[in-house]
Design a protein around this ligand. Structure first.
Ligand code: SAM
Length: 247
């Protein structure tokens, strides 16, 4: 079953895929500002948390899914210095920005290759990566079970998926406040700062329609992952899940 990622309701995959291509191909050049706004300025702290949780060593081959302009790829390069990173995304314009960062030295000498890849149909061999990273990717995918199954397939036995995503604050008062913020303030504020109100309306809707921490963990278990853990950030506005492929 595929869904409309703005509502969580069953719908043809093309509705979400075309919308996401339209949004990200248009905002690619100002995405980093968009990102700072959409994560309420907390993106760096959440990314640091993701790096602390990511079990990546110097001999590892890393696949970054929905890598966008390369924030996770270059954070992994700086923090972990793995053997190689494959930075992939559905939208070529996002990877063009990542390539420009690479040319300016962002990977600090770690080899990085870039390729346009739909996470729901990954063109790589079974068991070819030690770790898969993904930040703010899965929420935008209309066939999440298939995307997670693909990530599981390309991981080596014992490998890990590390996933940073907006999530659900467990505290009811904080959750209500955050709900109002998402619905009313983020389109206004985000629209003013980036000029892309529609992107922020979609962002708020997709976050509200996305499963909570346990729901995402359940999807990961269903795709074959084990030992799924998560850590909340900013009271659960974001969470980093780590899921293992069995040995
Ligand atoms: C919010 S951005 C995140 C980019 C990057 N991971 C970061 O942390 O800055 C979401 C990215 O997901 C990508 N994306 C959406 N659907 C995808 C899919 N089916 N396969 C691969 N990438 C996808 C978009 O093109 C976009 O670049």
């Amino acid at each position: 079953m595929t869904i409309d990622t703005a509502t969580g309701e069953e719908a043809p995959a093309e509705i979400s895929s075309e919308r996401v291509k339209d949004i990200f191909s248009h905002i690619a050049k100002k995405y980093e500002r968009f990102n700072a706004v959409s994560s309420f300025g907390a993106y760096r702290a959440w990314l640091d948390g993701m790096m602390r949780q990511a079990p990546i060593g110097p001999d590892d081959d890393v696949l970054d899914i929905a890598g966008g302009t390369g924030d996770v790829t270059f954070a992994v390069a700086r923090a972990k210095k793995p053997r190689h990173i494959q930075c992939t995304d559905l939208v070529p314009e996002m990877l063009d920005v990542a390539r420009a960062h690479m040319a300016a030295g962002a990977s600090r000498g770690v080899p990085v290759d870039f390729e346009v890849v739909d996470a729901q149909d990954i063109p790589y061999a079974d068991a070819s990566y030690d770790v898969v990273t993904m930040a703010y990717g899965i929420r935008n995918m209309p066939d999440r079970p298939r995307a997670l199954a693909e990530m599981h397939r390309v991981l080596k036995p014992g490998g890990a998926l590390v996933c940073l995503e907006f999530s659900t604050p467990p505290n009811r008062a904080w959750r209500s406040l955050y709900g109002v913020y998402l619905k009313h303030l983020i389109p206004l504020w985000g629209g003013l700062i980036t000029g892309d109100r529609d992107g922020f309306v979609y962002l708020g809707k997709s976050i509200r329609a996305f499963p909570d921490q346990a729901g995402l963990a359940a999807l990961m278990y269903r795709a074959g992952f084990v030992d799924v853990t998560w850590k909340n950030y900013t009271g659960g506005i974001a969470a980093v899940h780590v899921a293992k492929k069995p040995e």
